[in-house]
Design a protein around this ligand. Structure first.
Ligand code: DOR
Ligand code: ZN
Length: 335
């Protein structure tokens, strides 16, 4: 290796939205340009809740993007029986996703009453299914939703000491500190956009709808805490991009959808971020090590090669404005 070539183990994305129908193939192929394995979120319509549907969704993704392995999730609700969960696990589900009601895209049917899902969570613990949390408290002030949700994470850890929990897309220093202090059963994903941006990049100057996501971008000290966590080499923190494509018209409108489309650019941007922080030696574990270890799957034996050359990010991909659209990045993925 020389300093103009970077060889990484092929990254895993432990949090991605691939949608359905017409958009799916292009989004899955973009993911496959950067990742070997992706943990696919279940908030399609109708949501992924049953084994047949989960297997069919996985089949569609893997058919659209050969070489991409889809790790599947189901959307948590209070109605699952033990039998339902056993069947989901047998169908290939690795995790259940907890969406509080109304906090983000397609979460109107999310969980209103935290206590109501605890029996289902108890079964997930018994079966070894991972619990992925969208950790925002409905009804709280928008910048405080993550902090206000942390009490539920503490309650879950106290009740279910063997349950593996992933607090998704961290956005605050409070959440970083909570995850650091909690036992090894609790880990967290951090997105590319939360490492890059603060609220200023959304509303500090002109309104930037393509930087609008949930949880919201926060203060500089929050971003700095997220960066320190990602660069720390602590195995609790690993990549989940929360890449969430919405067609341009759904973002540039009076009530725009939340989501940043980072899949086409995630790894070149992360190389840049880690390199600027002199933390390139921490990147491989962050993108292709700690997540697999936590989920209990083997580390990849495949590779991704990047070269130091300019890459102009297109203004639009499949009708979606990607992260860093119109910018020139310093690293290119070799195909
Ligand atoms: O910004 C977001 N977009 N956050 C989420 O939690 C969901 C996602 C989506 O599905 O669009
Ligand atoms: Zn998400």
């Amino acid at each position: 290796m020389n300093s103009n070539t970077l060889r990484l183990p092929l990254p895993d994305d432990f949090h991605i939205h691939l949608r359905q129908d017409a958009g799916l193939a292009g989004y899955a192929q973009d993911a496959a340009s950067q990742f070997g394995r992706v943990l696919v979120m279940p908030n399609i319509l109708p949501p992924v809740t049953d084994p047949q549907q989960l297997m069919e969704y996985q089949r569609q993704i893997e058919a659209a993007a050969p070489g991409l392995q889809a790790l599947m999730t189901f959307k948590l609700n209070a109605k699952y029986s033990s039998h339902d969960l056993v069947a989901l696990k047998a169908a290939g589900a690795v995790a259940g996703k907890y969406y509080p009601a109304g906090v983000t895209t397609n979460s109107q049917d999310g969980i209103g009453d935290f206590e109501s899902v605890l029996p289902v969570v108890a079964e997930m613990e018994r079966l070894g299914l991972v619990l992925c949390l969208h950790g925002e408290e409905p009804g709280a002030f928008c910048l405080d939703r993550e902090k206000e949700f942390l009490k539920h994470v503490h309650a879950l850890v106290a009740k279910f000491p063997r349950l593996k929990i992933v607090l998704e897309h961290l956005s605050t220093r409070d959440a970083v500190e909570a995850v650091q202090a909690l036992p090894a059963t609790v880990s967290a994903t951090i997105t590319v956009h939360h490492l890059l941006f603060t609220l200023d990049d959304l509303i500090g100057d002109g309104l930037m709808p393509h930087h609008f996501c949930k949880p919201l971008l926060k203060r500089p000290e929050d971003r700095d805490a997220l960066r320190m966590a990602a660069f720390s080499g602590n195995p609790k923190f690993f990549l989940g991009t929360d890449s969430a494509p919405h067609l341009r018209g759904k973002k540039e409108c009076p009530c725009g959808a939340a989501g940043v489309y980072s899949a086409p650019v995630a790894i070149p941007l992360l190389v840049q971020i880690f390199e600027e922080a002199n933390a390139l030696d921490k990147l491989a574990d962050y993108v292709a090590g700690f997540g697999a270890d936590f989920y209990g799957i083997p580390r990849t034996s495949r590779e991704l090669v990047l070269e130091r050359s300019e890459w102009f990010v297109p203004m639009e991909v499949h009708g979606v404005v990607p992260l860093a659209a119109g910018k020139t990045l310093g690293w290119t993925i070799k195909v």
